[in-house]
Design a protein around this ligand. Structure first.
Ligand code: ADP
Length: 487
């Protein structure tokens, strides 16, 4: 059945991206549209978005907190997805990252910025600003849009709501005073509302009030109900377990396709795997690493934060730098982790290439050039890079957590026999476990016949959004039913 879906996100590729959420918001709406759904995307009008888009028009106006808000209309580049931008220059027209100032600290007015975004979203969701479009479902993502289900539930006839957790570690916590300063409905305050141990929690708006909650892998949906990864929200999530599910992310198979990836020196597919090596030598040359075809190249593209297992990599460095491998890392993040990696690279310039920064082209080139993809995350809601790696025949060496556990199948006798093996699993967050698994991967690499079989196992399955999009449509229907029961 066709539904009207308002998809709300604080980032969407290719307009604005800091992480996996952007990839999802830039591709799931398209997959939903391909499955006959009527989808509109809603984003803040950040300065960098305004600079990129050529055609926009003001289609509606509203105001909150004494500020005038224009709703601009454009389309998501490369698609026909109608995209509305919440344009309030005082909040969003500033340089840099959507969430952080230049000094790496969150923008001081983040609560005000995303509360205003949420209030404007509610106006659209209730079809009260003249857009003549009434969504059946409002799909919110992460804390920046988590207040919306809470606000909507204060109206008697509001659309159904879905809240997707892309990373529970980011919750949008502010002082209780902030809640009252923002003039939010009193009924939302309290431990059964958006209060979290005396603080104001944006994410609780989504977790408490949405009709359905989902996260981006079945394993992470279970993990966040446990104390270790629940951040104190596990009792609430366990309480709502009947409304909580996991749907693994798909990937944009046009953007991440080794056969037509415009950033690659040499395109290839599962039938022309031998051509992949041209990408390896091109990247080795570009990054000034020795051009050695038979040395396994280990790639990693990541936010450089503790979550991604950086400490275990740093602790393993003395042993890794003694192995016959080259490691290429691209990322930005915590300054001390960046500096520690750079220090190792200074000592081992022939083995380690550290590239600090955000670089879309280099990310694609690493995926194609590397033999092994390193992802020893401490936790990983879904993870996208292991999915890109699998599609590029670059075998993940990953922890058995979250979406990694759901997508990376460890190479062992059984999985080799039934042709499901597609990578190497690290069973704990430690340098020793990482090194042991790396040795196993390098040994396997020596047998090129086995390696190629693993690459084919990795490349063959369909990793597009199609099957996940159908699961989202099913979830929308359940949410509509649940919401109807309220009337
Ligand atoms: P997370 O959302 O936790 O950062 P994901 O694996 O879900 O992790 O998604 C990360 C996305 O961001 C991937 O598309 C990855 O390629 C991209 N990415 C991360 N860091 C960089 C970087 N420095 N340069 C280019 N792309 C990056």
């Amino acid at each position: 059945m066709k539904h009207k879906i308002l998809f709300i996100s604080s980032e969407a590729f290719p307009l604005i991206k800091t992480g996996g959420l952007a990839d999802v918001a830039g591709s799931l709406p398209i997959a939903l549209q391909d499955n006959d759904q009527d989808v509109c995307l809603l984003l803040p009008a950040y300065q960098s978005i305004l600079e990129q888009i050529i055609e926009t028009k003001v289609v509606a106006e509203t105001s909150h907190y004494g500020l005038k808000i224009n709703i601009l209309e454009t389309t998501l580049p490369g698609s026909s997805i109608k995209t509305w931008l919440i344009d309030c220059p005082q909040m969003f027209d500033r340089p840099g990252n959507p969430y952080m100032a230049e000094d790496g600290n969150p923008w001081r007015d983040n609560a005000e910025r995303f509360a205003l975004f949420s209030q404007a979203a509610v106006d659209i969701a209730l079809n009260r600003c003249g857009l003549s479009w009434q969504p059946d479902v409002v799909h919110c993502n992460d804390w920046q849009s988590a207040l919306i289900p809470a606000l909507l539930k204060t109206f008697p006839h509001s659309p159904a709501t879905i809240f997707t957790i892309h990373n529970l570690a980011y919750q949008g916590l502010f002082s209780s005073q902030t809640f009252f300063d923002l003039g939010l409905p009193d009924g939302l305050w309290g431990m059964y509302g958006v209060e979290f141990y005396g603080q104001f929690s944006f994410i609780k708006g989504g977790l408490v009030y949405s009709d359905r909650i989902n996260t981006v892998s079945p394993t992470y949906a279970k993990e966040i109900q446990q104390v270790e990864l629940g951040y104190g929200l596990d009792p609430l999530l366990s309480h709502r377990h009947l409304q909580l599910s996991g749907i693994i992310n798909g990937i944009d198979t046009d953007v991440w396709n080794p056969q037509k990836d415009k950033y690659l020196r040499q395109n290839y597919n599962a039938k022309t795997l031998h051509k992949k090596t041209a990408n390896k030598s091109a990247l080795q040359k570009y990054l000034k690493l020795p051009e050695e075809a038979n040395i396994p190249v280990i790639g990693m593209i990541s936010r450089l934060v503790e979550q991604k297992g950086l400490q275990s990599i740093l602790d393993a460095m003395p042993k890794l730098m003694n192995m016959p491998i080259q490691i290429i890392i691209l990322g930005t993040g915590e300054r001390n982790l960046e500096q520690d990696l750079l220090n190792w690279a200074k000592q081992f310039p022939d083995k380690l290439s550290i590239n600090i920064g955000y670089n879309e082209a280099l990310a694609h080139q690493i995926e194609a050039a590397a033999d092994i993809y390193l992802m020893p995350s401490i936790f990983e809601p879904c993870g996208l890079n292991q999915l890109y790696s699998l599609r590029y025949g670059t075998l993940p060496l990953a922890r058995n957590v979250g979406g990694l556990a759901d997508t990376v199948i460890d190479c062992n006798d059984n999985t080799l026999k039934d042709n499901t093996a597609n990578g190497f699993i690290v069973t704990e967050d430690s340098a020793e476990a990482l090194v042991t698994t790396m040795i196993r991967a390098i040994e396997t690499y020596q047998n090129q016949q086995t390696w190629q079989q693993l690459q084919l196992n990795a490349m063959t399955p369909d990793r597009s959004w199609q099957s996940s999009a159908l699961q989202y449509i099913e979830l929308y229907e359940k949410a509509i039913e649940d919401n109807r029961a309220r009337f």
